[in-house]
Design a protein around this ligand. Structure first.
Ligand code: NAI
Ligand code: A1CAB
Length: 275
């Protein structure tokens, strides 16, 4: 199987590194291109045998599955460039939530899938969100599922729920890190503990919490109740947090969804059928 990847920015590069590191594919099976050369050179240095090009059409012509890892508003130019070169037997995988499957099926003759990855795949962890277009066969689903399983836990979702799901899976690591940064800042400022020491403890705590939720058979509520015994320190702090965080998550979801709708509207204009 030959894999193509266009757009070797942060997520494209992470997918390349992870697919190779976790043994999904060899560098020789990968054909990649990017608008600028610098990131391609860095990837070539890391992975001997990788096939690199500055020409996206070379990438399209060389592969069976093509990952498109450019930003939403960069799709129109790219589609214009590759649309006459894709084949009906090829599978194109887009990794960004606002570009809709119908935008791609309207403009490209190949099979289309949408996968929202996560930075957590760098360590072979986290869920990848998978959505299939109308031309996808059972066999294509199996191939994509097997490939993603090397680096993640693939979960099929409805495209209408891509935003809320990726709020958790792909924005989530940034949200959780933001929460930790604020908490660590306060700890350093108020107690004088070293940032390195408390960051190390906080990271171990996040790992352990994640394991309890994924492997330890606990729901978040059960976990909370195990720690927050009535009348204890945690229970008191949680009551304060509950008060302080009132409305925060509704605002968070409103913000991600408003930005998503804004992007989809721009894409509807840009990706109406391109002739
Ligand atoms: N960063 C994350 O955690 C996640 C990102 N995504 C999605 O991945 C997409 C890419 O994000 P990043 O990698 O962070 O962006 P980025 O800006 O780092 O990478 C985009 C790359 O595409 C290249 N590019 C743009 N137009 C091109 C073209 N016509 N031909 C060839 N290369 C072209 C750029 O030179 C750049 O290297 C975004 O749409 C984002 O929503 C999805 C899930 C998670
Ligand atoms: O929906 C997306 O495309 C993104 C990238 C990070 C989170 N969500």
């Amino acid at each position: 199987m030959r894999i193509g990847l266009i757009g070797t920015g942060s997520m494209g590069s992470l997918l390349i590194d992870s697919f190779i590191y976790f043994g999904a594919i060899t560098p020789q099976q990968l054909f990649i291109s990017n608008r600028s050369q610098e990131k391609l050179l860095l990837l070539s240095e890391r992975h001997e045998g990788l096939n690199v090009s500055l020409n996206n059409v070379d990438t399209v012509r060389s592969c069976d599955i093509l990952f498109v890892c450019v930003k939403p508003l960069q799709f129109a130019t790219l589609i214009q460039e590759i649309k006459d070169h894709v084949r009906s037997d090829q599978l194109l995988v887009s990794i960004t939530s606002p570009v809709q499957i119908h935008h791609l099926e309207n403009n490209l003759s190949c099979k289309i899938a949408k996968v929202i990855p996560s930075v957590t795949h760098k360590v072979g962890s986290g869920a990848s969100l998978v959505m299939y277009g109308s031309r996808i066969q059972k066999n294509d689903q199996q191939i994509l599922h097997d490939l993603l399983s090397f680096i993640s836990k693939p979960i099929e979702i409805k495209e209408t729920q891509a935003r809320i799901n990726s709020d958790f899976t792909s924005c989530g690591p940034a949200f959780m890190s933001f929460f930790l940064i604020k908490w660590i800042d306060a700890a350093v400022e108020m107690t004088g503990i070293s940032r390195e020491e408390i960051t190390c403890l906080a990271s171990e705590m996040m790992l352990g919490t994640g394991k309890l939720l994924t492997q330890g058979g606990l729901t978040p509520l059960q976990l909370q109740d195990l720690v927050a015994v009535p009348g204890g320190i945690t229970a008191q702090a949680l009551s304060q947090l509950n008060h302080s965080l009132d409305g925060v998550f509704h605002n968070l979801i409103t913000t991600t969804h408003n930005k998503y709708v804004e992007d989809v509207e721009k894409l509807n204009e840009l990706l109406g059928d391109i002739n």
